[in-house]
Design a protein around this ligand. Structure first.
Ligand SMILES: Cc1cc2nc3c(=O)[nH]c(=O)nc-3n(C[C@H](O)[C@H](O)[C@H](O)COP(=O)(O)OP(=O)(O)OC[C@H]3O[C@@H](n4cnc5c(N)ncnc54)[C@H](O)[C@@H]3O)c2cc1C
Length: 372
């Protein structure tokens, strides 16, 4: 603690989802001790990152391509259990096993330039002055709501997929689902059998991807997102670069007409939606499964954004401030990407802080924890 009540640490990690925990693992492995050399802050109530909030009908078998955190596999999970419980439990065990001592619920309000070349991280438990920052705040806190004229006069319910709690709320209702991503399709498929009617609306015609999504396709998708981030543009949604995976359930839904899609409507009316050509659909519910944006408002004082609205990175390092790393952002916004980004960020920060790490000690200690 320095004289002004601000705690000096080497690194602050904001966020304890996949990206933040992967980074914390690599910090430990590099010899840094939690609560002495680094702190992990997270404003959610429980372990699990955004997974803890995902709807109960998103069972573990519906999650595709979830990569384990570094150093500990997720084994023996019941595929029928909600992924929020499975992954929340796994993240909790992970934090315990590696002694990561996540501080929660602790909210970071702002990060600014501090004294003596340090950053100043203002949080609900006081301020920290780290020499480097790993930001791993994901997107869940910033659901994206599209704007349509007339939304304010709609007599029914409008909700975002982040508020979706399963199909039971849609029984007997006429429902408009907006959005072309995986969440839109999964929720539409759940709602259709219980709703009076469903209408699917997307900005662009959806692209269904046949066949496996292997490493090569993964690399190509990441390269596309990387390209935008390099240009200082905000990253696009994952589905815009990967397409929607064709599954048996989707094939059936397509055959039954549930996935017949309409372009975006022009306006919301009190009783539904209307297109420019005069076509109308009556509805009691509009569900916006329109994705999320990166939750980065707390970094605004650092002025990292380019005129295009994005933050340019070299690897995970912000080009405008070499002390700041973004993990789980843009090209690393997947579970595998987040793992890799955590490792890259720590390697870079070790170089920046020059010699602060003691890898041999950290690795020996971790090996001991895994063995016990
Ligand atoms: C429905 C859905 C299904 C998905 N399925 C898959 C899949 O099958 N496979 C896959 O690879 N990827 C999947 N993804 C993407 C994947 O979830 C993410 O890429 C990854 O888990 C995000 O991890 P993260 O650590 O970046 O963010 P998060 O898990 O969102 O964690 C961020 C953490 O930061 C905290 N935080 C945010 N702001 C602050 C603040 N100001 N102060 C303190 N704490 C803060 C939050 O509380 C949260 O705990 C899916 C995404 C969604 C929405």
């Amino acid at each position: 603690m320095n004289h002004s009540g601000v705690r000096d640490v080497e690194v602050v990690v904001i966020g304890a989802g996949q990206a933040g925990l992967a980074a914390a693992f690599h910090l430990r492995r590099a010899g840094w001790a939690p609560d002495r050399d680094f702190v992990v802050l997270d404003h959610s109530p429980r372990p699990g990152g955004a997974w803890q909030f995902r709807w109960p009908t998103l069972t573990y078998d519906k999650v595709h391509g979830m990569h384990a955190l570094p150093g500990m596999e997720l084994t023996g999970a019941d595929p029928q259990r909600p992924s929020s419980e499975v992954i929340g439990g796994y993240f909790g065990r992970y934090e315990q096993t590696f002694g990561l001592r996540v501080h929660r619920p602790v909210s970071v309000a702002a990060v600014r330039t501090g004294a003596g070349g340090r950053l100043l991280v203002e949080t609900s438990e006081g301020a920290y002055a780290p020499r480097a920052l790993i930001n791993a705040t994901g997107t869940w806190d910033r659901p994206f709501w599209p704007r349509f004229p007339g939304q304010e006069v709609f007599a029914g319910r409008q909700l975002h997929s982040a508020q979706y709690e399963g199909p039971k709320d849609f029984r007997g209702a006429r429902v408009v689902v907006v959005g072309g991503g995986t969440s839109a399709v999964q929720q539409l498929l759940e709602i259709a059998p219980v709703a009076a009617a469903t209408t699917w609306v997307t900005r662009r015609p959806p692209v269904f991807r046949e066949g496996p999504f292997g490493e090569e396709q993964g690399r190509a998708a990441v390269a596309l997102v990387e390209q935008r981030v390099r240009q200082g543009l905000p990253p696009r949604s994952v589905v815009s670069v990967t397409g929607l995976p064709m599954t048996e359930a989707i094939r059936r839904a397509r055959a039954s007409g549930v996935l017949e899609r309409l372009p975006l409507f022009a306006r919301v009316t009190p009783s539904g939606v209307v297109w420019a050509d005069g076509r109308t659909v009556e509805a009691e519910v509009i569900l916006y499964a329109t994705g999320f944006r990166a939750a980065l408002d707390h970094l605004a004082p650092l002025r990292l954004r380019e005129p295009g609205g994005g933050i340019r990175l070299d690897g995970t390092r912000a080009l405008r401030d070499a002390r700041v790393h973004l993990v789980g952002y843009g090209p690393s916004a997947s579970t595998i990407g987040a793992n890799r980004a955590g490792r890259t960020a720590v390697r870079d920060i070790r170089r920046l802080l020059d010699g602060a790490a003691q890898p041999a000690r950290g690795e020996a200690e971790l090996a001991g924890r895994l063995a016990s």
